[in-house]
Write a protein that binds this ligand. Structure first.
Ligand code: GDP
Length: 206
């Protein structure tokens, strides 16, 4: 797997701080503790790129990483942390929905832990992505923690529960590298399609 070149491009605490250069953006979404930080670090081959287990439910920043000078990898705050105060939860919803509605966002990477049943917050997010018409892939995290039979079974279950705009379920592991090339390929397909035809080929509905 070719390692991408990645640099931190900034954080946004409000919509005014989102990038304006029109490069395609790929949004990583998932509940707190799903394994998002470690997956981002492993995907980019940079330890410490995204902070692993920062105080859950506290970070309300959208972090942008410029990859190969061609697209942004976007780390959205984790959701569903039960102890987060209501004001933090509302802040999350406002910032994230405003973020996702932008045209530059060409693909969502929806992280789920295949060992755990989906929460209400996961269902809400899935329905929201469908309503937005944003294509997304599901990255099943921590695949190394499951035996291969169990992983196949959970993958099929996830596939059955996919929404209208979902493309595929990709089992991944930050621990042993499972699925990282597949995930990067799915991302490059979406960003390259955006680069040539400004989003038409990725099927985003107006
Ligand atoms: P985040 O809150 O979604 O950013 O989750 P983190 O990346 O901080 O991971 C949460 C916990 O899951 C940590 O204890 C990680 O070490 C563990 N974890 C994350 N990814 C993997 C993985 O691929 N395999 C295993 N075995 N553990 C993982």
């Amino acid at each position: 797997m070719r390692k991408p070149t990645v640099r931190f491009a900034g954080s946004a605490a409000s919509p005014a701080q989102f990038p304006k250069d029109g490069l395609p953006e790929v949004a990583f979404l998932g509940r707190s503790n799903v394994g998002k930080s470690r997956l981002l670090n492993a995907l980019c081959g940079i330890r410490g790129l995204a902070r692993v287990s920062a105080t859950p439910g506290r970070t309300q920043l959208v972090n942008f990483f410029l990859v190969d000078d061609a697209w942004y990898l976007v780390d959205l705050p984790g959701y569903g942390y039960a102890r987060a105060p209501a004001s933090v939860r509302r802040g999350f919803e406002g910032l994230v929905t405003t973020y996702l509605e932008r045209e530059a966002v060409v693909l969502g990477v929806f992280l789920v832990d295949p060992r755990r049943p989906p929460t209400d917050a996961d269902d809400l997010l899935r329905r929201y992505l469908d309503r937005l018409g944003l294509p997304y892939v599901v990255a099943a995290t921590k695949a190394d923690k499951l035996g291969s039979n169990e992983l196949t079974r959970r993958r099929r279950e996830l596939e059955r529960g996919l929404g209208r705009k979902a493309r595929e379920v990709i089992p991944t592991s930050a621990e042993d590298g499972t699925g990282l090339p597949e995930l990067l390929r799915a991302i490059r397909r979406a960003t390259e399609a955006h680069g040539t035809v400004r989003g038409a080929a990725v099927g985003r509905e107006a």
